[in-house]
Design a protein around this ligand. Structure first.
Ligand SMILES: CC(C)(COP(=O)(O)OP(=O)(O)OC[C@H]1O[C@@H](n2cnc3c(N)ncnc32)[C@H](O)[C@@H]1OP(=O)(O)O)[C@@H](O)C(=O)NCCC(=O)NCCS
Length: 165
């Protein structure tokens, strides 16, 4: 069974190894460590019987959450990528984020479909943002609103009632 677990600094080598299997432009272990020490950054790993197979890295700042990276290396197409994004959205919403955004290569069909299915919509485009050996590709900026957590909307509705009475 695939489980999602919070990742910490000691997981930097695992995160870097997963990232390298997903992207040509891989991030180093040191890079992951530095990112994870930064304010508002958190990572989640997907495990199958203790074997890491996917990850997501997000940064929450004020009321915004950015997906910094997402990858699934095995058992693709079984909902793990979606679960990682939904869990990150839930965490971000609990921490006060009201929107979530990310950049995706315009040619990355699988990721674009995943995000579209999860309610992300195009909010902008950066021309020639991704460089591979001999070509440039645009980045799409995708965005989605996050729900206000139930406990917070309850708090707000009770304070409105109090003010009226
Ligand atoms: C993108 C990625 C994270 C998807 O992970 P996953 O676990 O396979 O995703 P899911 O199983 O949750 O798929 C969710 C939806 O994404 C879309 N999708 C996933 N893989 C797809 C593929 N190869 N082709 C087309 N659509 C695909 C489908 O709409 C799918 O829903 P469906 O199964 O109901 O059709 C994975 O392919 C990956 O790691 N790619 C390399 C790294 C990457 O591109 N990261 C994102 C950078 S922004």
């Amino acid at each position: 069974m695939i489980e999602l677990v919070p990742a910490g600094l000691p997981d930097a080598p695992v995160l870097a190894a997963l990232h390298a299997r997903c992207f040509e432009d891989s991030w180093s272990e040191k890079g992951f460590r530095q990112l994870m020490e930064a304010t508002g950054v958190e990572a989640t790993l997907a495990h199958d019987s203790g074997e890491p197979l996917g990850f997501i890295l997000i940064r929450v700042a004020a009321d915004e959450c950015e997906i910094l990276s997402l990858g699934v290396v095995t058992s693709r197409g079984q909902g793990t990528g979606s679960r990682l994004v939904e869990r990150a959205a839930h965490r971000a919403s609990e921490r006060g984020a009201r929107t979530m955004f990310l950049e995706v290569n315009v040619n990355n069909t699988a990721a674009k479909r995943l995000y579209e299915k999860l309610g992300f919509r195009e909010a902008g485009r950066r021309g020639g943002y991704y460089r591979s050996c001999d070509s440039l590709a645009d980045a799409l900026i995708l965005r989605r609103d996050l729900p206000i957590p139930a406990w917070e909307s309850l708090d707000n509705s009770s304070s409105v009632k109090t003010e009226r009475t």
